[in-house]
Design a protein around this ligand. Structure first.
Ligand code: FE
Length: 254
């Protein structure tokens, strides 16, 4: 398996604290059957600043450590970029690191909100040849309340990635059921761990894929598996036509 979203680099965001925790996480990933991990530290916020060059440097160091430790897992460079108005300029300045240097960029919204400028920004990114991949849309309050917003972004070329833990119910029943709605409406294209440690935010990839297999069968498992392999090599991924999520009616007024 390939994990395209993971906070595995030591000491640069809220993921692994130090080298020993990074290695511990990699061992845990290997136990799950993960052989390739895209390291995606948070790019910019009040606490961190992780531009492209810094990420590539630490990924190289981690791969050397893993070689020494004889752990057969490959780490690739990526970044979880918090959406901001000047993302195109940020990319041009060399601050943004797409998934393994391809055209795919992981984009994070805050947990409550989708900025009004997103549609225009995503259009501009695509004009530059970049494809935005919205990470964990299932954990965004505004998207839960207005899934049509996500439908529109996907219809206009954005991709999305759900968290393995959401499929397993780690973030609650509401998020779990919204995650399955996204899968069924062809509104998501990747499953990734977003692992931060080996305790409360670990990989859960094996467990999530088992649930996907149980509910939808092999074909869906292959789709997510293949998409992760395609994205790291910068190839076109498999996409089905997105559908709108129908609002569940709990009671009738008349
Ligand atoms: Fe993350």
């Amino acid at each position: 398996m390939i994990d395209i979203h993971c906070h595995i680099l030591p000491g640069i965001d809220d993921g692994a604290k130090d080298w020993s925790e990074s290695i511990q996480m990699v061992r845990k990933a290997a136990e799950q059957g993960i052989h390739t991990i895209v390291a995606t530290p948070h790019h910019l916020n009040n606490h961190y600043e992780n531009p492209k060059r810094k990420i590539i440097e630490i990924v190289d160091q981690l791969n050397c450590v893993l070689q020494d430790e004889k752990i057969d897992v490959n780490i690739l460079s990526g970044q979880e970029t918090r959406v901001y108005g000047e993302m195109v300029e940020g990319f041009e300045r060399g601050e943004i690191q797409p998934v393994n240097g391809t055209q795919y960029v992981l984009v994070e919204f805050s947990s409550s909100h989708v900025p009004r400028y997103t549609e225009k920004l995503f259009y501009d990114l695509q004009v530059k040849g970049l494809i935005p991949v919205i990470v964990h849309p299932e954990r965004n309050q505004e998207l839960i309340e207005q899934p049509d917003l996500l439908y529109k972004l996907v219809q206009n070329g954005a991709l999305t990635q759900v968290t393995a833990g959401s499929i397993c119910g780690d973030f609650g029943k509401k998020i779990k059921s919204f995650t399955f709605q996204l899968i069924e409406a062809n509104l998501t294209h990747f499953i990734a761990s977003d692992a931060h440690n080996t305790r409360n935010r670990t990989f859960k990839m094996r467990e999530a894929f088992d649930l996907i297999h149980e509910k939808y069968g092999n074909e869906m498992v292959y789709l997510f598996d293949d998409n992760a392999a395609l994205v790291i090599e910068g190839s076109h991924i498999y996409k089905e036509v997105p559908e709108k999520i129908k609002k569940k009616k709990f009671f009738k007024i008349f």
